[in-house]
Write a protein that binds this ligand. Structure first.
Ligand code: C2O
Length: 533
């Protein structure tokens, strides 16, 4: 028995946007997919019926999954994928979390079809291209609740907009999810302010802002009071990252409408009211996003929201791009795009699961299978950061050339003793060309202790750590050309994926698995796989 039980039928349907019909993968025929509503403490059961032609899993992004790694939904890390015409049931509890989390297929191209963007390209092909180091693919437009909005049109007919009806004086809770594959977003409503109350399903000290800045994988809960003169107002989501400026069109922006109604006599605005539009930040204004994230602090209302004062382990992770030889060997003509593949990496190792791998990492770990585990590569502390590009491969990168370090591919993992308090510093590098890195850890929340621009310098920066009320996040935004320091307690036994939620970094290997060992008692260990698993 579960408190909340759902059936998700995954299928392919045809949808038309921008004058073009596309086949997209959807759940229960809907785009965006169905919402799951639970009260804290609820147990949830979701039956997946896969009628799509794809292998897939569903990941419950940000759900803590304490001692429940089997239900985390990452292909070949926690389970074998659900094949076409197969069923699978996920079971999990929602405990000690409040606000908004989300679910998505843990497969790049399938995730793209679930929520945030409209693609005129075949996403299976885009996904395959990315894994092979090609990424000149961008979505065709952003959406708010699946609607492209009136800036998109074909044959002079505007696309449908999402409309939020509000009554004067009422307060609304907006659950904001960045489900896009490729970009941070700025969200703004003309004439209104947001009060941010929760981020990644952890309460924050409320703060008021006119712009929400949100990276892929992040969720924010914000209150909006309908206190403007009755009328119509645009709600605008502006991508603030990819695509590069030279391929970006203003139409990439999506608009929804906030429309005042009056309880007694219907509409408080007339059809020919021209909606007021907000003034948006510059789309490459990375500093606004930096300060927005710096405003998040924890409400500290739970025991789990208290940050440990000391760490047992320290890990320095450099995020970058690199190249490997397409032939799998070490020698190839570097600098020649036919012979090398562009990859993304952590400490210069790019995550890779061999296509013929038969046993998921979690299962190998649980049963102590030697087979499979002997080829794991340990993520060690990163090299000193350098923004110096000499001695690297130059490959064409869009309109420019880009310097890349020769790198390797492996099943990258790091093991942690149960209960260890771990500090990780994520350092972004100049190679990433203006991309920030939303780093997402499964199965744990991370305290975000500090962030900074430029290179992390322990002697200077450790002193700035917030050890009073750091926010708890499952996705920490590592600023463009900067760093972020996090602390987490490795108290959840299992094999947990950690990755950049920026899709082409993920597809190109900017990920690893954190293996958390069993604790000393049954209560602190991973139970056996569920019956029928
Ligand atoms: Cu939403 Cu592995 O991520």
């Amino acid at each position: 028995m579960a408190d909340a039980e759902y059936t998700f039928v995954v299928s392919q349907v045809n949808m038309t946007h921008m004058c073009q019909e596309m086949s997209v993968a959807v759940v229960n025929g809907q785009l965006p997919g169905p919402a799951i509503e639970v009260t804290e403490g609820d147990s949830v059961m979701v039956h997946i019926v896969n009628l799509s032609p794809y292998n897939m899993t569903i990941h419950w992004h940000g759900v803590r999954q304490l001692r429940n790694c089997w239900n985390d939904g990452v292909p070949m890390i926690t389970q074998r994928p659900i094949q076409p015409n197969q069923n699978f049931t996920y079971r999990f509890d929602v405990v000690d979390q409040e606000g908004t989390l989300w679910w998505h297929a843990h497969e790049a191209f399938l995730r793209g079809t679930v929520h945030g963007e409209w693609w005129e390209k075949d996403l299976a092909k885009v996904g395959n291209n990315m894994t092979n180091g090609f990424f000149d693919d961008y979505s065709s437009g952003s959406t708010i609740n699946g609607k492209l909005g009136d800036l998109f049109n074909c044959s002079g007919v505007p696309e449908e907009s999402y409309v939020l009806d509000v009554e004067p004086g009422q307060t609304y809770l907006l659950r904001v999810i960045n489900a896009a594959l490729f970009s941070e977003y700025f969200l703004k409503i003309a004439g209104h302010k947001f009060t941010v109350v929760s981020a990644d399903a952890n309460y924050v000290n409320p703060f008021t802002t006119d712009t929400i800045s949100i990276a892929p994988g992040e969720t924010m809960d914000a209150l909006v009071v309908a206190d403007a003169p009755p009328g119509k107002y645009y709600m605008v989501a502006l991508p603030s990252q990819a695509p590069p400026p030279d391929t970006q069109t203003p139409e990439w922006t999506t608009r929804a409408l906030v429309k005042y109604t009056s309880p007694g006599n219907g509409s408080a605005s007339s059809d020919d009211d021209v909606p007021e539009a907000p003034v948006m930040p510059d789309n490459h204004d990375t500093i606004s996003s930096f300060y927005f994230h710096g405003n998040l602090t924890s409400l500290r209302h739970r025991r789990r929201a208290q940050v440990p004062k000391e760490a047992d382990e320290h890990l320095f992770v450099v995020l970058g791009l690199g190249s490997i030889c397409r032939n799998g060997g070490l020698s190839c003509k570097r600098g020649n795009t036919d012979e090398i593949i562009l990859v993304a990496n952590m400490n210069n190792v790019s995550f890779h699961l061999p296509p013929d791998m038969a046993t998921p990492i979690l299962e190998s770990q649980y049963y102590h299978h030697q087979n499979g585990m002997d080829t794991l590569h340990e993520l060690s502390n990163g090299p000193p950061v350098t923004f110096n590009f000499t001695d690297r491969d130059l490959i064409p990168f869009g309109p420019k050339e880009m310097a890349l370090e020769p790198t390797s591919r492996a099943k990258l993992v790091r093991r942690f003793r149960h209960g260890a308090t771990v500090d990780v510093v994520f350092q972004s590098t100049g190679m990433l060309q203006g991309d920030s890195n939303p780093m997402h850890l499964h199965g744990h929340d991370m305290f975000v202790l500090a962030q900074g621009l430029g290179n992390f310098d322990a002697a200077r920066d450790v002193a700035t750590y917030n050890l009073v009320d750091p926010p708890r996040k499952n996705t920490v935004l590592v600023p463009n050309l900067g760093w972020a320091a996090v602390r987490f307690v490795a108290d959840n036994p299992g094999a947990w994926f950690i990755h950049c939620h920026y899709e082409f970094h993920l597809s190109m290997g900017m990920s690893a698995v954190f293996i958390v060992e069993d604790g000393p008692t049954v209560d602190t260990s991973l139970p056996p796989p569920p019956v029928g698993f």
